[in-house]
Design a protein around this ligand. Sequence first.
Ligand SMILES: Cc1cc2nc3c(=O)[nH]c(=O)nc-3n(C[C@H](O)[C@H](O)[C@H](O)COP(=O)(O)OP(=O)(O)OC[C@H]3O[C@@H](n4cnc5c(N)ncnc54)[C@H](O)[C@@H]3O)c2cc1C
Length: 445
Amino acid sequence: MSGEYDVLIVGGGITGASLLYTLSGYTDIRKIALIEKYDDFALLNSNTRNNAQTLHFGDIETNYTEKNARHIKSAAEMLLRYTSSIPSKERDRVIAQCQKMVLGIGEEEIESLESLYSSWLKRLFPGIRKIGANLLEKIEPKVMEGRPHSEKVMALLSDKGYMVNFGELTHSFIRSAKKLGKDRVSISLGNEVLGISRSKNGFEIRSRRGVHAARFVVFATGAYSLFFAKSMGYERNLSVLSVGGNFYTCPKVLNGKVYRVQKGGIPFAAIHGDPDIANPKITRFGPTVTIPLQLERHNNSTTLDYMRTFDFDFKTMSTLKNVLLNKDISRIIRRNILYMTPLLGKYEFLKKEAGRIVPSLKYSDLTFQKHMGGIRPQVIDENKGSLIVGGAKIDEEGLIFNITPSPGASSCLDSSLSDALKISEYLGIRFNGAEHAKRLGAVKA
Ligand SMILES: Cc1cc2nc3c(=O)[nH]c(=O)nc-3n(C[C@H](O)[C@H](O)[C@H](O)COP(=O)(O)OP(=O)(O)OC[C@H]3O[C@@H](n4cnc5c(N)ncnc54)[C@H](O)[C@@H]3O)c2cc1C
């Protein structure tokens, strides 16, 4: 495949696919291409095995600020509206309602839930309910079975519980884009992009299958987006800390999602228990936290690119030191390193994580799923001296680079809307905001 395009999207995960859908459905752009390195869509972080399948609303994520929660809530509602517009057979594969709560164990955690609830949570999410041990025993019995009577518990029960097969959703966006865009849309699978440079009329993109020209290019390549941005000389002040995550599984013990209290400012969730949309017979516990030196999980050939993406200058290293020396983050990392070790790891995971959620769980119930889980590319901003909570977008003339840690899958349509508005303005074409608002909700501009 080689050709000339108005817009070229690199990456066929959920970010690239939802942008393809948004551009083909709500603009008149004549030639849009998507290039994906592998032979199918959503084989990496957007794959259902590799993420926690949660449609995040910000109601049970105790590490979010009110601003983060407001933003992710409207993004998640957009995604819900999309799923209600697709045929019911397809919808059943993509999304399912499920019970969802955040569990506080002990006085300190209960106090922090109480204070969050009464400060802004209740106002933003009027459907959320405080529940105690008696109700917990009825709706999520295994959380109470075997728990010492002296241990105080409280939970916030959400009315917005959904599990999403983000891999199926990626395929659904591609199907919708082909239907809406018809011959305006070109897709190339198994075609890795190798490099990009500016040309007279836009950009020249080199891939394994040829050279392409495009007026606007969007990188939706997960952790690789910063790699490409840096290859073009942008954002020298940013680096990526790849945060890997694995899951343990056991035969089904939970009816729904049980999250744990996480401290504010920590950019990833505490280990939680979840049903699996693709396998109703199991419960998953995770994701664990590891720091692989890779841009793609379980792929050592990406280590060199990881090194190229990381700035080994004084400012970045001292930011990294501050991040890793943060009391809570260093405790999480120390514990999680242990969870990956054979035999002892499972014992520690049971004692400190899964067994805190389901006290009656036994060592033999748990299986470590080595090949389940992806990478959350957390961005280190050396100017701010900290990790950025949530995703990052780098906008340059005619270019967008999307870096997408959690909850990047939940916010994909919001991210695509923002990209589509920028692309439309840049190319001088109309974005059909009225139609977008009618189908998916309020438009930003
Ligand atoms: C353990 C874990 C748990 C998570 N849980 C949740 C959750 O519960 N809810 C939620 O909303 N989010 C969650 N996330 C985050 C979510 O999975 C990601 O934000 C989302 O999948 C990112 O999608 P993406 O399309 O940007 O990236 P990816 O899915 O990684 O896709 C990037 C694509 O780009 C392609 N690519 C890369 N380089 C090239 C190249 N050179 N040429 C062509 N193609 C290329 C890749 O092959 C890949 O297909 C979780 C993530 C992890 C790791």
